[in-house]
Design a binder for this molecule. Structure first.
Ligand code: AMP
Length: 407
């Protein structure tokens, strides 16, 4: 199957060619025909599968061949990074079509709000928005969505996790009942089904074998005690030939602390978290994309938002709490058929979580021996209950790393 099978508008096809997309991915093969037929759709697909273009292309085709006078499409996304990334894909695909889009997201200063306000007054075909900020503009009365034709909820599971349920329902109150609604989600917990039942009309379903990381990713793990983690990471970063490395930690505070510890060791690194101003976040991503900054430490916000070519190493400083987040995090490497490496540090407490990741992806991930200088790590015994005060004393010469490892 090729894209020409869809008979897209010519200018849209040109945009597609210029983006270098040659063959539709599985989610695109399944979703595009249904969306072109104006069906409602629930699609279970993670990032990295080409899900964004799978809804953008048919919607943009409809816009290109239809009348352009009102906002026709609203895309809701959980984070500003994802909203900006979707907007960039629209810009690329729309290059020859004259279709316009605006990304509307929270944060930033009053100037950004004002810029968004003015752009909205001028009008656009597609609005890509985080829910909270869109509501502010809807209340102010400058956005009119009563002629909307397509509503997309992207990463719906993440939006619900972030507490946007009420905001979504409030926004839907501004939309016409007669519209196409598409819901994309990496996971399908019952609350997503409930949301879909409220918003979608007789939906089709597409399920892309989720939870399978791209085949090009080499996955490895180390069993470590907490004090061994920083020296281990330092060694990996120093020895690495990789130009762009993402390190994930589970909380904002850990990210900040890890950023400080690595900086003290002379490693060029920036922490990336939700306390940063919008400008700071953009500066960091820009430096990273242009290879001036080799390492970013971030929370899972980063795993959803970042689309950078050529990230060849992802390190999970902690095992992510949700197995799906593991897939998202390591999906930042090996984008679009390249290769990459993902390394996870597993302490005693995280072993059960890691075992559930292995169960989800259906295979064991090799556990590498620690460098000799760090001494032995814990044994892999995920079946033992680890959170009941049960503690093993680390063997080997780990004490010298104690301070460095005090995260
Ligand atoms: P997504 O799953 O939407 O986050 O897309 C993942 C990456 O794949 C993005 O960088 C897209 O630009 C890229 N992509 C999407 N569709 C295709 C395609 N058919 N061929 C090649 N790359 C694609």
């Amino acid at each position: 199957m090729t894209f020409s099978d869809f008979n897209f508008d010519e200018q849209l096809q040109e945009g597609l060619n210029s983006m270098g997309f040659k063959k539709p991915t599985p989610i695109q093969q399944q979703s595009i025909p249904l969306i072109l037929q104006n069906k409602d759709l629930i699609a279970c697909a993670q990032t990295g599968t080409g899900k964004t273009a799978s809804y953008l292309l048919p919607i943009m085709h409809h816009i290109a061949v239809g009348e352009k006078s009102h906002v026709s499409t609203l895309i809701l996304a959980p984070t500003r990074e994802l909203a900006q990334q979707i907007d960039q894909q629209v810009e690329g695909l729309a290059y020859f079509t004259g279709i316009s889009s605006i990304a509307v997201y929270g944060g930033g200063d009053g100037m950004i709000y004002e810029q968004q306000r003015r752009a909205l007054i001028e009008g656009t075909d597609i609005i890509i928005a985080t829910p909270g900020r869109l509501i502010a503009h809807l209340i102010s009365g400058i956005v009119k969505l009563d002629h909307l034709k397509h509503l997309v909820l992207d990463e719906a599971d993440r939006m619900l996790d972030m507490g946007f349920n009420e905001d979504i329902m409030r926004i839907v109150g501004y939309l016409p009942k007669n519209r196409q609604t598409l819901l994309f989600s990496a996971t399908m917990p019952p609350k997503i089904r409930t949301l879909a039942a409220k918003l979608l009309n007789n939906p089709e379903q597409v399920n892309i074998a989720i939870s399978q990381p791209a085949a090009g990713i080499l996955q490895q793990a180390y069993l470590t005690y907490d004090p061994q983690k920083i020296p281990l990471l330092e060694g990996i970063l120093r020895e690495s030939q990789y130009p762009s490395i993402l390190v994930f930690a589970s909380t904002k505070d850990k990210v900040k602390e890890l950023g400080r510890s690595l900086s003290k060791l002379g490693i060029k690194v920036k922490p990336f978290h939700s306390d940063l101003e919008q400008d700071e976040r953009e500066d960091i991503l820009r430096a990273f994309k242009s290879r001036q900054l080799p390492v970013i430490v971030g929370t899972d916000v980063l795993s959803r938002g970042i689309d950078v070519e050529g990230i060849s190493l992802v390190v999970n400083f902690d095992v992510p709490p949700d197995p799906e987040d593991y897939i998202h995090r390591i999906g930042r490497t090996a984008r679009a058929e390249t290769t990459g490496t993902a390394i996870t540090f597993i302490n005693e407490k995280d072993q059960r979580k890691f075992a559930s990741i292995e169960a989800l992806i259906g295979r064991e991930i090799p556990k590498l021996p620690l460098p000799e200088a760090l001494g032995d790590g814990p044994e892999y015994q995920p079946q033992l209950k680890r959170d009941s005060g049960f503690k093993r004393k680390p063997k080997g010469n780990w004490k010298k790393h104690k301070n460095a490892g005090n995260t």
